[in-house]
Design a protein around this ligand. Structure first.
Ligand code: NDP
Ligand code: OXD
Length: 315
């Protein structure tokens, strides 16, 4: 089998070495001239250069080395007939759950304030710490990542609500769906977690109008926003304004409208904001290579590929 590996700004050699080690018979290429691409059957890619995949005449399956496919779907030259498989792997899922639990607890336990007190050498127990059972975490996106994050959050005793496009049932979680369910979902939410894919429908969804619908009289003094979905889902000017006027009391953002986040962005030094560099759920080469090779194995045994993206839906 011949495999192409291509990823914007990544060192490709460790990935190629992993594939060659697991499949010594594999012909792995990272070069993109016509000769190299002629017999490529599988492509393992992350934000590949536009037009590249359309130049592989014998391509059978594309493996997107991430869960989100918004970047690759921008390339309209990729033939529709080629299945696009995304990552859905326990290693990545667990990392995201860690990020959500960490950030939720960070705000719940008022760590921004305690860090400020520590710097000022102030010994003060801020009164009114609510128990987790009195705080509701609401997750937008009840997919692989959203459901596992809710599992992790549930283990700590928080109340849980979730919102998705279509109706869902998740044990212990009050589920809402669609435009009609959004208002009621937000009205119950103290800590809002966005784990939505970026699509035309979700672009800019985290705006002033939505933030104003979050629960106003909750035990944390106001709502908190955690976004590890995509930066295109948030309106950063609205988030900053909401933090100023008290519509939000804190935020943790892993993704941004433009990445890397510009040094001029006020988010970097905002006292109520935690910034992480789009690494909530990093891609670990060993785990993701094993996932891709497992899928190729299924494909070659005539079994259906898993986690094939619905391009019409956009995720
Ligand atoms: P899934 O495809 O498994 O789940 C997506 C969920 O979003 C589904 O529940 C879906 O609803 C819901 N959804 C999609 N569109 C809408 C909409 N218009 N309204 C309401 N709900 C909607 O995705 P994953 O859980 O695997 O990943 C989610 C996203 O997380 C990725 O697309 C990516 O952007 C981001 N991500 C970020 C990472 C990081 O490091 N920051 C790492 C990995 C992923 P339904 O179930 O009804 O279809
Ligand atoms: C992903 C990401 O989509 O890392 O996997 O953002």
């Amino acid at each position: 089998m011949k495999m192409l590996i291509n990823a914007e700004s990544w060192d490709l050699e460790p990935w190629a070495a992993l594939v060659r080690k697991a499949r010594p018979e594999a012909d792995v290429v990272t070069t993109t001239d016509a000769n190299s691409l002629a017999d490529v059957r599988y492509a393992m890619v992350w934000k590949p250069e536009p037009g590249l995949l359309g130049r592989c005449p014998r391509l059978e399956v594309i493996f997107n080395l991430g869960a989100g496919v918004d970047a690759i779907l921008k390339d309209v030259t990729i033939p529709q007939r080629i299945p696009l498989v995304r990552i859905a792997d326990p290693n990545m899922t667990m990392r995201m759950t860690e990020w959500v639990v960490l950030q939720a607890l960070f705000h719940h336990r008022r760590m921004l304030a305690y860090q400020g007190q520590q710097r000022a050498k102030v010994w003060h127990d801020i009164p009114g710490q609510p128990a987790a059972e009195h705080v509701t975490v609401g997750v937008m996106g009840l997919g692989i990542l959203g459901r596992d994050a809710l599992r992790g959050i549930g283990a700590l005793g928080f109340q849980r609500v979730g919102w998705s496009r279509t109706a869902k049932e998740v044990d212990g979680v009050r589920c809402f769906h669609g435009e009609a369910g959004l208002g009621a979902f937000l009205a119950e939410t103290d800590i809002l977690v966005c784990l939505l894919p970026l699509t035309p429908e979700t672009k800019g969804v985290l705006d002033a109008g939505l933030l104003r619908k979050l629960k106003r009289n909750g035990p944390l003094g106001g709502p908190i926003l955690l976004n590890a979905g995509r930066g295109g889902e948030q309106v950063e000017a609205d988030i900053l304004a909401a933090l100023e006027d008290g519509t939000l009391v804190g935020a943790s953002l892993d993704v941004f409208e433009a990445e890397p986040l510009a040094s001029s962005s006020p988010l970097w030094s905002h006292p109520k904001v935690v910034v992480t560099p789009h690494n909530a759920a990093d891609s670990e080469p060993q785990a993701l290579t094993a996932y891709v090779l497992g899928q190729i194995d299924r494909h070659e045994r005539g079994l259906p590929l898993e986690n094939v993206v619905d391009r019409g839906r956009g995720y």
